[in-house]
Design a protein around this ligand. Sequence first.
Ligand SMILES: Cc1ncc(COP(=O)(O)O)c(C=O)c1O
Length: 436
Amino acid sequence: MDKNRILQDKRFVGIKAFEKKIWLSSPSMYKEEIFYVKEAIETNWVSTVGENINELEKMVAEYLGMKYSVALSCGTAALHMCMKLAAEQINPGAKPGNSLAGQKVFCSDMTFDASVNPVVYEGGEPIFIDTEVETWNMDPEALEKAFEMYPDVKLVVLAHLYGVPAKMDEIAAICKKHGALLIEDAAEAMGARYDGATVSGMCGSFGDYCAVSFNGNKIVTGSAGGMFVTNNKEDADKVRKWSTQSREAAPWYEHEELGYNYRMSNIIAGIARGNMLHIDEHIRLKKAIYERYKEGLKDLPITMNPFESKSSPNYWLSCLLIDEGAMCQQVRGEKDYLYVSEPGKSCPMEILDALSAFNAEGRPIWKPMHLQPIYRMNSFVTVEGNGRGRTNAYIKGSGVDVGADIFRRGLCLPSDNKMMPEQQDRIIEIIHGCFR
Ligand SMILES: Cc1ncc(COP(=O)(O)O)c(C=O)c1O
């Protein structure tokens, strides 16, 4: 990207670069975080036990309408614990580190790889399920197809993308029908709610095992951190034990099971505890950002990330999708990209380059897992069945691949809740410039 060329492009004339960077989604800190961290330091409770951890666990469980939660070092650790618990049910007696051996696991395809990697930590084989256009989450129809193809599968890992709840009515019914356990990755969806005809509740309350994240860019942050959430006391107790090196009740360090150093520190918990007090305000601010984009971009050939009526998203990231007819040529390799600007058209990489030149941070949509080099040999299932090998030199078309299409035409917009309306107006102007 040639920043100066973009800044001097006549399509952006009169638009000034931001002096201070506009972030995609940065942490917002308040006096409560300072209070709880200071208190932990002053009372010398800085390790992995203390009041902040206890209170945060209570707050999160209550907020999600769940009985138990266990504070961990990150959302990925929480997902790893979910895998181990699920493996105990579907693969009893299997070895830790290989507890999902021989198990295929249906996983959201368009997500961050942290949703999926813990399957592999435990020796399982992710099978990727395509995305639907209404919420950008796992497509229930493709999931049903996957059960037709692989009827023995006993575990589903579902992520709610960008704070938009998945179609939980249908997903929960399909898992139940096939006797499969559901792991819910609510890392991006803390505070989002789904109210369907058959199930309703907060994201992070639907799965047999649930995980949330307090990573630095999430809607509530501890600077890092995650939480395992459940209604099952025995599971919560196991995660407490496993995450603190699986110590037995002996005067010395006695171990019968493999342990992990996954517990949250009381300092991190102090930040998350203070930040949790602001979750509703954060959702309100994120929603206002989304609505401002929707209004400001309504004359362009784009749609915003669709927010299904059955749900109340947390609006974590505002995203847009360019209409097919308004896409300029864009080619993306494994690491490089190229596009050809065209009047009246644009593409995600052109918009991201323009935002970056003006000192604002956007982000491509999560590249679907079935397109990732690491997972290129894993199966991929769409509404048509097998999503691999659908091209043919002699027949036009390449089959349905919703995730690849959203990745190709979509992007995440700067969604920082500290962005001022005037700054957002400038971002909207830059995006208009790209389509000039
Ligand atoms: C969908 C999704 N799953 C899992 C994670 C992992 O959370 P953490 O970074 O806390 O490990 C993240 C974010 O980082 C995420 O966006």
